[in-house]
Design a protein. Structure first.
Length: 255
């Protein structure tokens, strides 16, 4: 139920949805004052959320805590990679279809593995390894993909059932417990904007583990021309707003 509700709410977290709703409602209102007010509000939101410097500053403020992060020197048994870095696995090209810059989650895990920082990699809840309704999965193809980077098959652990951050923690902990892996020997890798909520989900279940953030945004130094509204920026708010909302919901529900 929580999964279904969260997916529905995500649609209403998009700035485009807010603008569209204001325009639609204003069209059907008879009161000219209210119609004008909602129409102006829609235009104001459009100008606000197509402002690239504002987006860049919001991204920087959300991730700046991790801006001085360094490669861990501590040795870990398992690097846990939070899913959501792809929307499927392309069997034609034999690689995941990465979502925007979230592929850094997996790439940094490979980096830690090759650097000797992590012995194994656990991927949890990503679409590239999930099980379809018909029971099929591209997990084997995903393992082959990782093996091309020199990762041994025995060092790859796949968790295929999680659909949200809470389930990522629940199912990953169950697998690691069965393998005798302790929390202090794990490091969790995910986007900087998502790391806080991820660590809290593990901590809520008694696992206080180290975190490693990827996709950290630098402090912006915008040029004058960048203040010109850009349509693409309207959709680029999606991930950031989703994380803000997720942090609030998880705090309220205690997840």
């Amino acid at each position: 139920m929580f999964f279904v509700v969260s997916k529905i709410l995500k649609v209403f977290l998009l700035p485009f949805t807010w603008i569209l709703l204001l325009l639609v409602v204003s069209h059907f209102l008879r009161d000219k004052k209210w119609r004008r007010g909602l129409f102006i509000s829609a235009i104001a939101l459009l100008l606000l959320f197509t402002n690239k410097p504002l987006l860049q500053w919001s991204q920087y403020m959300t991730t700046r805590h991790y801006s001085h992060q360094k490669l861990p020197k501590h040795y870990y048994n398992v690097a846990i990679v939070m899913g959501g870095f792809s929307d499927s696995f392309d069997t034609a090209t034999m690689q995941p279809n990465y979502i925007e810059n979230r592929g850094n989650r997996l790439w940094e895990a490979i980096h830690l593995y090759e650097s000797g920082v992590a012995e194994k990699i656990l991927v949890t809840g990503d679409a590239s390894i999930s099980i379809d309704r018909d029971g099929k999965s591209t997990a084997d193809a995903f393992k082959t993909y990782l093996s091309d980077f020199g990762i041994h098959d025995d060092d790859i652990i796949l968790e295929q059932h999680a659909r949200n951050t809470t389930e990522n923690a629940t199912y990953s902990i169950a697998i690691l417990d069965s393998l005798g892996v302790k929390s202090d020997s794990c490091i969790l890798i995910t986007s900087a904007s998502h790391l806080r909520r991820s660590l809290q989900s593990f901590a809520a279940q008694g696992w206080k583990i180290d975190g490693y953030a990827v996709t950290i945004y630098p402090k912006p130094h915008p040029k004058a021309y960048q203040f010109i509204p850009q349509w693409k920026v309207l959709t680029d708010w999606k991930e950031l707003i989703n994380e803000w909302a997720g942090n609030i919901v998880y705090k309220i529900t205690g997840k």
